[in-house]
Write a protein that binds this ligand. Structure first.
Ligand code: AMP
Ligand code: ZN
Length: 171
């Protein structure tokens, strides 16, 4: 197995097993992880560090820190794929950010690997909207992308806005 394949397997395993961000360790993996026929504990230090350092959490990412619970947020929803919290600078009576636990910069950098996650974010947004009682009147979901799109935090997120009417096109 090539190192990249092994690394991919590790990522999948961690995605399945982890209950905490990768930066906090490998919950539940040490006895299960097998790379090149070797258990994690049998790998060389170089191989172990290479795997450990391959984290999908970006150290300098605000939303990764919120996902990890390192920065407080007004959480309104969470599941295995995403968390949702109130925007710190609300632009509507309901302004919730729906954020994947997995870091990827933007819609522009998303790949086929994020297809299910992107769909999940939209369905989670719709569920939150129904729970907050804004679905019937209507709401807006927005994914600002790159500079002209107005993106300021480069960890993809969905804005769920509601509780007032919106005009189109937006400014
Ligand atoms: P965007 O400009 O589309 O990248 O959206 C980033 C959003 O994150 C903005 O609406 C900010 O108000 C919001 N934001 C920034 N910092 C925080 C924070 N600590 N907690 C909640 N929302 C935040
Ligand atoms: Zn991030």
């Amino acid at each position: 197995m090539a190192f990249e394949e092994a690394q991919h397997s590790v990522e999948l395993l961690l995605t399945c097993n982890r209950s905490a961000p990768l930066s906090q360790g490998f919950p539940g993996t040490e006895t299960e992880l097998v790379v090149h026929g070797l258990r994690f504990g049998e790998l060389t230090n170089t191989a172990r560090y290479a795997l450990i350092n391959h984290s999908d959490m970006k150290d300098d990412c605000l939303f990764c820190k919120i996902v990890a619970g390192e920065i407080p947020s007004g959480k309104v929803y969470e599941d295995e794929t995403c968390i949702a919290f109130n925007d710190i600078s609300p632009q509507a009576p309901t302004h919730v950010l729906v954020v994947p636990r997995e870091h990827f910069d933007s819609l522009d950098t998303a790949t086929d690997a994020q297809r299910a996650t992107l769909g999940h974010l939209l369905l989670a947004s719709a569920e939150i909207a129904r729970k907050r009682g804004i679905a019937e009147d209507g709401y807006r979901v927005v994914i600002n992308t790159n500079a002209d799109g107005g993106q300021t935090v480069f960890h993809l997120h969905v804005h769920l806005l509601g509780g007032r009417p919106f005009v189109f096109p937006p400014g």
